[in-house]
Structure formats: C-alpha cells, structure tokens
Design a binder for this molecule. Structure first.
Ligand SMILES: Nc1ncnc2c1ncn2[C@@H]1O[C@H](COP(=O)(O)OP(=O)(O)OP(=O)(O)O)[C@@H](O)[C@H]1O
Length: 290
C-alpha cells in the first residue's frame, strides 16, 4: 500500500488540544506543510515519526501501522527542528557513530557516508568539528544523518529557519532532488519556501488542516481575490484595517499595496497574479471578511 495515511488524528498536550480531526494522505514526492508558529506542525511530524504517542486516530506508512516502531524506524528519516550533535565530534565521526547505532555494516557505512557527504555538499568539511560548522552546514549534516539508512520517507521540520537566502535555496534544491526518489515531508512557516518543487501542500492553522491540495489549485482559488493599488499615507491607515495586505512597498508616489479583496473591486484596484503567500493568508482568514 502506497504512502502515508492519517485518519481522524487528534492530539492534546494535557488539556491543550493541538491537532483536531486531521485526515491526510501523502504519497511520493514533496509534501509541504505550511503554518504559522504554534500551528501544530512539529507535533504532527513527531506523531508521524512515532516520537509522540498516538492517543486517538490512526497513522500508517506504506501499509505499516505507526505503532510498529521497528518497521517505522526502517522507513523514516527525521530531521528535528533543533538538530545538533556533539560539538567536538568531526563530521565524519558523527556519521560513523550514528551509522553504527543504526547497525549498518562498516563497509556499507563507509561507502554510504562518502556518497552522502558529496550529496549534501559537505565533503570538504568532513574533518571539521561540528562546533565549527555554519547553521546551514549543520542542517545539511542533519539531512545526511537522516539518509544513512536509506529511508523511503524523509521528515524535515522547519529546516530553513535561520538560514541565509543562499543556503535556503541550496537546502530547498537538495530536498527537491531527494523528493524524486523519496517522500519528503517538509514543514515551514514561510510560503516562499514551497513554491517551486512542492507537488502537495497542506496548510495547518491552529491544529486544523485548512487546505490539502496542489499549489496550482490554491493559486487558482485565489486568483480573483488578489489586487494592487496605490495609497497615500493617510488612506493607508484606514485601508489596512479593512483589507488583508500581503505585500507593500513605499514609493515616491505613495504606498503600493497588494491585498485580498472578495467584494466588488473599486475602480483603482488592479487585479494581479496571486502568490502562495496571498493564497495562504486567504485560507487562514477564510472565515473572516477581508
Ligand atoms: N511539550 C509540549 N507541552 C505543551 N504544549 C506544547 C508542547 N509542545 C508544543 N506545545 C504547544 O502546542 C502548540 C503547537 O506546537 P508545535 O510545536 O507543534 O507548533 P509548530 O507549528 O511546529 O510551531 P513552531 O514552529 O513554533 O514549533 C503550541 O501552542 C505549543 O506551545
């Protein structure tokens, strides 16, 4: 049976409900999970990899219940949001150590480690101590450790947080390449992290999955609601209380705003192509007027 199936999932920390009636099916390729801080993304990921106990609902992965921990460990690689490792260990020592813990034979491990260090572009850093790696390098080492046992599924929690723009792009491209062969589940609170390579998008808001579909479909849903106009500073203050602005730019002629509007457009509203950021805002504010 293909993919990851989540059925009727609910989760609470004590009396605080964090995931509500979640149903989701993820198949091959890149699944992007978008949601603001506190939406429940890390909790969902921890449940998928079996790090949190499943109290209500069902999760299965390629036909195996999430409760079969041994099997799930073979299938999944996980990069937590706050991945770090012994600071005084060298990169290759860390991978060897983790490989041994995973019971990978030495000959297989050495070969795999060499290939992974090239894949994640850390071959020149293999003798460096972990404490001397940049944030992006550490994250790439995190991906290499996830791939040591050649998992079918890769779960990466907010891997681009805190990275500079160049490293973000590099990281996105790496995940995109990996998603050609593996199922990659990738969470972020930044819409632009997802635009190009994500074939399946989920939006989580306050524990509820408010969108489950393709990026093209959500952009299509949003296309008649995105507009641009130019405002004076005086008009701007009133305008921003009435409309959801997703982008703005100060110019010598006034403030150019891009915003959502679902009523009859005024004469000075110019229709523009939707962005994922706009579509995301639309989904999480759908029950409000904008
Ligand atoms: N161990 C915990 N005990 C109690 N509450 C928790 C615990 N972990 C997370 N929470 C709460 O659950 C909610 C969802 O947190 P979660 O970390 O899953 O969200 P998130 O979307 O990953 O956000 P972030 O990017 O900030 O981690 C938040 O309100 C958070 O404060």
């Amino acid at each position: 049976m293909d993919g990851i199936k989540i059925k009727n999932l609910n989760f609470s920390y004590g009396s605080k409900t964090v995931l509500k009636d979640l149903d989701l099916e993820i198949s091959n390729g890149m699944f992007g999970l978008l949601g603001r801080n506190g939406a429940g993304k890390s909790t969902l990921m921890k449940l998928i990899v079996g790090l949190l106990p499943l109290k209500s609902g069902k999760i299965s992965m390629y036909g195996n219940s999430i409760k079969n921990k041994q099997k799930i460990r073979e299938i999944v690689g996980y990069l937590p949001q706050d991945f770090d490792f012994y600071p005084d260990m060298k990169v290759e020592e860390a991978l060897k150590y983790l490989g041994v813990l995973d019971n990978i034979k030495t000959s297989v491990l050495n070969d795999r480690m060499d290939r992974l260090l090239v894949l994640v572009n850390l071959n020149n850093e293999r003798k460096k101590k972990i404490k001397n790696l940049s944030g992006g390098m550490k994250r790439r080492l995190g991906i290499a450790q996830c791939l040591l046992n050649d998992p079918k599924v890769l779960v990466v929690d907010e891997p681009t947080a805190g990275l500079d723009p160049e490293e973000r792009i590099r990281f996105r491209n790496l995940l995109s390449d990996l998603s050609e062969e593996k199922t990659v589940i990738f969470s972020t609170h930044i819409a632009s992290d997802l635009q190009s390579s994500t074939n399946h998008l989920g939006i989580l808001d306050n524990g509820t999955l408010v969108y489950d579909g393709t990026i093209d479909a959500i952009l299509d849903e949003c296309k008649s609601s995105t507009f641009e106009t130019i405002l004076s500073r005086q008009d701007y203050d009133k305008f921003r209380k009435e409309y959801l602005i997703f982008e703005q730019k100060e110019t010598s002629q006034g403030i150019i705003v891009r915003f959502l509007n679902n009523g009859k457009p005024e004469d000075n509203f110019k229709r523009i192509a939707p962005t994922l950021e706009a579509a995301y805002l639309m989904k999480i504010h759908e029950r409000r007027a904008y």
